[in-house]
Design a binder for this molecule. Structure first.
Ligand code: ADP
Ligand code: MG
Length: 681
């Protein structure tokens, strides 16, 4: 229905300029937008409860008979109070209405109605105040509830949607081919659009939602696949020879089987295909992604091309720089660092060396893409911790070369179903094995009363020569006072508990040079304890650190806690993570207990997704995906169904650009046009 997307809502009866402006606040400009303005939720009158089974505060639909004539009385302010009682076979409920003098005429004694409203328990028994009602002979219905704005309420929106639906043509062209719909038991589009707004019953609503959710995820899914097959041209970075065996000799350890497989996947991508590598290496914290990246770099450099390694923070860029410089010290590979904190003159020199080809590998932050960096022949771009980079930034990095190979590394254990969509444009290698040196981190949950004992434990570890982290949540202005502020807390620890011990502080407001200085001292074991906010979250490697204590643990997401915890357990000594929380009741406690039970990042991510939804995976971070209007990234069942549907469609039709999928391709363009991954097109 392309034309309806161009028809302004003012085309509807009862929608003038004023109401159109209100609709625009809700993101609705056209009749098509309104048809796609799916209900936020529903009032379900089709599921009734007996009066006996209602609880205080619950929202119910009950089917009950009015037991006595409505009595009207005047109360303060001249208002009318109408009262009556209704009963079913299990009990009675008092019904109260305000200021509606028609109630007595509408509710007839002895007749049965549906009453929809909130139940409260009063000294006089169960009560519903101002319930909505309808005669039971009309049958139970499900009513849509819309997101509303001041001056534009659900009831008005219902009317407008009703009129909008009537504007749909007799025959709505369905973007999902009939064969596919049949195979996956999906109803047709027109039926779905009517039923999602005004369902006949539960089954009709479920069928409509299934159809529309599947379509939206399918469109997203196909769009991401299309990016993969059509966004990259022929690779100019010709990699002929595999140098990974030679690289392994440089390492002080043997690569794990999983690391070797990841390297082999990358080498195969680069040597055996015409299109450039587009690969994600996903591995839990500490699985050894850096060594994989180094091996791939080495092969590309030995084939005569340059490589770029982009890290999300300066600390991490510097750490990788040190690691790579050491690793490549006797190989003739020239490594450079490019971060914002360098002096202008230094940056200029680095860029000159990149431009004239002297530098083989540049490691840096966003500086690599944001500043005017020119490569002589960039063959491979690596982005560490992918989740911090939007799809658009990935594209930017690639723009630095002539279609170079791309390797993305992520420690975020995104559940498989979600990953398939988010990384739909990438091939994936999973490092599902930890280096033998890596031990599970023993995790304990304590209350703040037990903090003293945790301090003693930390002191004992430090006395044995090891190091520790204490992590506090970031404090924003106006937040609760009892949340420890990293700065004050560190000051206090230095003065009291750990006055004999060298303590350092790292927090978000510090300049990066200051942070570096502290982290470097910690890495050199000049500091035994670091008090930090989450800036240590990503990547920092200090194998001698064996304890991490996390204050106000309930304020972190599980995946975040898991990332944090990954900073310890990197050396030979057994390692510990102590979660401090006085909020161990119910759900919060349940969440934190999962941390004590498992070290498996994927399991934790799944729990996190179940409990808090996908927002947690991304937070403020841009994941570069388009806005969804009905589907939900946390709904793994639907994600799976859409995946299967996409597989089936590609199996049958081969290419999104074929004629049968014309309408579906248009939907892809429309969805991606809403912002997000379209920047790659
Ligand atoms: P991550 O996957 O979190 O980026 P790193 O690459 O930082 O992990 O590796 C974590 C630690 O494990 C590093 O100290 C690294 O040197 C070490 N390491 C990596 N691979 C192996 C291996 N195969 N055997 C032993 N230690 C390894
Ligand atoms: Mg890493």
């Amino acid at each position: 229905m392309p034309s309806l997307y161009k028809t302004p809502v003012t085309a509807l009866d009862g929608v003038g300029e004023k109401r159109a402006a209100l609709f625009e606040k809700l993101g609705v400009k056209t009749v098509g937008d309104l048809i796609e303005f799916y209900p936020r939720t529903y009032e379900d009158w089709s599921v009734t409860e007996t009066i006996e089974n209602t609880f205080d505060g619950g929202l119910y639909c009950i089917k009950a008979v009015v037991g006595m004539p409505v009595t009207d009385s005047r109360i303060s302010g001249g208002r009318i109070l109408s009262k009556t009682v209704a009963y079913d076979s299990t009990g009675t409920v008092q019904l109260v209405f305000f200021n509606n003098r028609f109630i007595s005429a509408m509710l007839r004694t002895g007749e049965e109605y549906f009453f929809y409203g909130r139940i409260s328990f009063t000294p006089y028994g169960k009560q519903m105040v101002s319930p909505m009602f309808a005669n039971s002979s009309q049958g139970a219905k499900i009513y849509p509830v819309y997101r509303q704005t001041a001056g534009l309420v659900t009831k008005t929106i219902r009317g407008c949607v009703d009129r909008a639906l009537k504007m749909l043509p007799e025959q709505v062209n369905d973007p999902i081919p009939e064969q596919v719909r049949k195979h996956f038991d999906l109803i047709d589009l027109k039926q779905a659009l009517f039923s999602v707004h005004f369902p006949e019953n539960r089954e009709a609503l479920d069928a409509a939602r299934k159809r529309l959710i599947t379509e939206e995820l399918l469109v997203l899914n196909l769009g991401m696949r299309d990016l993969k097959t059509h966004s990259r041209g022929i690779s100019k970075a010709k990699i002929e020879t595999d140098f990974s065996a030679e690289f392994e000799k440089l390492l002080p350890f043997e690569l794990t089987g999983a690391q070797k497989r990841a390297v082999a996947d990358c080498v195969a991508d680069m040597t055996q295909k015409n299109t450039p590598m587009n690969r994600l290496v996903q591995g839990d914290v500490g699985s050894g992604k850096t060594a994989v990246a180094a091996s791939v770099c080495y092969t590309v450099i030995k084939n005569g091309m340059q490589t770029a390694f982009m890290a999300p923070t300066e600390i991490l860029a510097r750490q990788h720089y040190e690691t790579f410089k050491k690793l490549f010290s006797n190989t003739g590979v020239k490594v450079d660092l490019l971060v914002g904190a360098l002096r202008e003159s230094e940056k200029k020199q680095v860029r000159e060396r990149l431009q004239n080809g002297e530098t083989d590998l540049v490691i840096g932050t966003h500086a690599i893409i944001t500043e005017k960096t020119v490569f002589k022949n960039l063959g491979l771009a690596i982005a560490d911790e992918q989740h911090r980079f939007g799809v658009a930034q990935r594209a930017n990095l690639l723009g630095k070369g002539d279609n170079p190979h791309l390797l993305v590394m992520s420690a975020t254990p995104i559940p498989r179903t979600l990953g398939l969509i988010i990384f739909g444009d990438l091939d994936i290698s999973v490092i599902d094995e930890l280096p033998p040196s890596r031990k599970p981190v023993k995790t304990l949950l304590i209350s703040s009363e037990q903090r003293g004992r945790a301090y003693s434990f930390i002191k004992k570890e430090i006395a044995e020569g090891r190091q520790a982290y204490i992590v506090c949540p970031l404090v924003e202005e106006g937040e609760l006072e009892n949340v420890a502020s990293a700065e004050e807390y560190a000051a206090e620890l230095m003065l009291r508990e750990f006055s004999e011990i060298p303590v350092g502080l790292v927090h978000g407001q510090m300049k990066s040079a200051e942070k570096e200085a502290v982290m470097e001292k910690f890495a050199a074991n000049e500091l035994s304890l670091i008090v930090a906010t989450t800036v240590i979250e990503v990547g920092v490697d200090v194998p001698n650190a064996s304890v991490m204590m996390i204050e106000n643990a309930e304020r972190f997401g599980l995946s975040q806690l898991h990332q944090l915890r990954g900073r310890v357990g990197r050396g030979d000594a057994p390692s510990y993570c102590v979660l401090v929380s006085d909020n161990q009741s119910d759900k919060t406690g349940e969440r934190l207990k999962i941390m004590c039970e498992t070290n498996d990042g994927f399991k934790i991510a799944d729990e996190d997704l179940k409990m808090r939804g996908p927002g947690d995976f991304f937070g403020q971070r841009q994941h570069g995906l388009p806005q969804l209007s009905i589907a939900d990234f946390a709904d793994s069942k639907s994600l799976e169904l859409s995946q299967k549907t996409a597989d089936y469609i590609m199996y049958i039709y081969k290419d999104l650009r074929c004629d049968e999928l014309r309408l579906l391709k248009a939907e892809v363009d429309r969805l991606f046009g809403r912002g997000g991954a379209n920047s790659l097109n």
